[in-house]
Design a binder for this molecule. Structure first.
Ligand code: UTP
Length: 289
């Protein structure tokens, strides 16, 4: 059973500057809901009871978002704004959320290493704080179900177009079933020629505690950062790792264009204004300027 989740959210967010100069990328709203709230919701919907958010410089807003705000609650109560009040209270009650600070942003691998005392000798889920996955069954639940079968680390992957493999960590190996692969090879941002497949790691993982030993032996890689993919390569020498092709649509808000696409897609799905928004987009696209 997977009961703990780690959400790395300490990254600098250089691709989204200047918006991320004084506010966390993970708090960028998808319409009215911060990205990381969707991520926490996915963990909760997957049966996770305990969440550790890896926080860092300039990330206080994340802590405040999941904390009670009595002044705001009092004001909403006086205004008789019950619906919003309930939602505001619900956010601070979503899960048992803890925070730890990554003092220097030394990469995703280093961020996860900060969770070792918290997760101890239990397997745990990792959900990147800047990646939302829209699905019927929450993706962390999908991966936890596969973990229960294999009791080994499971990487959530998705098919990406061949020309985009150079943006992701790509896995290769032997297919066990339609969606499950026993991994024999992992390459970070390969060229099209080097890529062992077109299955890209999608920001969701179940990791065994052995990952911490692997991280201790990992040398800083690209940008002098501790790369999780490099640690997974070390782990692969000791344990089996499986990939699972997730059922769902991934939205990575870390780049400006992907953020824009995410907002449009979520806007089109929002019942209260989807009709008006669709008509606006249609009109906008058919006009010449
Ligand atoms: P990214 O690879 O998108 O890095 O991190 P980044 O620093 O946030 O963004 P850019 O590349 O500079 O624009 C993926 C996830 O891992 C976290 C980020 O907060 C994000 O949720 N992360 C990354 C950390 O927690 N610590 C790190 O040192 C790096």
């Amino acid at each position: 059973m997977i009961k703990k989740a780690v959400i790395p959210a300490a990254g600098i967010g250089t691709r989204f500057l200047p918006a991320t100069k004084a506010q966390p990328k993970e708090m960028l709203p998808i319409i009215d809901t911060p990205t990381i709230q969707y991520v926490v919701q996915e963990a909760v919907d997957s049966g996770i009871e305990d969440i550790l958010i890896i926080s860092g410089k300039g990330k206080r807003a994340i802590e405040d978002h999941f904390d009670r705000n009595f002044e705001l609650e009092y004001m909403l109560e006086n205004k008789n704004n019950g619906g919003v009040l309930n939602e505001i209270r619900r956010i601070s009650d979503m899960a048992n959320i803890h925070f730890i600070r990554q003092k220097e942003m030394k990469g995703l691998g280093d961020a996860i290493y900060h969770a070792r005392l918290h997760t101890g000798d239990e397997p745990f889920a990792v959900l990147l704080g800047d990646t939302v996955i829209d699905s019927i069954i929450p993706v962390t639940q999908q991966l936890a179900d596969i973990y229960n079968q294999y009791q080994q680390s499971i990487l959530g992957v998705e098919v990406v177009p061949q020309e985009k493999v150079n943006r992701y960590g790509i896995v290769g190996g032997n297919n066990i079933s339609d969606r499950i692969m026993e991994i024999s090879n992992l390459v970070e941002k390969p060229t099209v020629k080097q890529a062992p497949s077109n299955l890209a790691i999608a920001g969701r993982y179940i990791l065994t505690p052995e990952i911490y030993k692997a991280l201790e032996q990992t040398k800083p890689g690209k940008n002098n950062e501790l790369q999780l993919t490099d640690a997974l390569k070390i782990l692969l020498k000791r344990e089996n790792i499986y990939s699972y092709t997730i059922e769902g649509k991934r939205y990575d808000i870390g780049s400006k264009i992907d953020y824009l696409k995410t907002i449009v897609e979520f806007g089109l799905k929002r019942k209260e204004f989807s009709k008006e928004f669709r008509a606006f987009l249609k009109e906008r696209l058919s006009s010449k300027n």
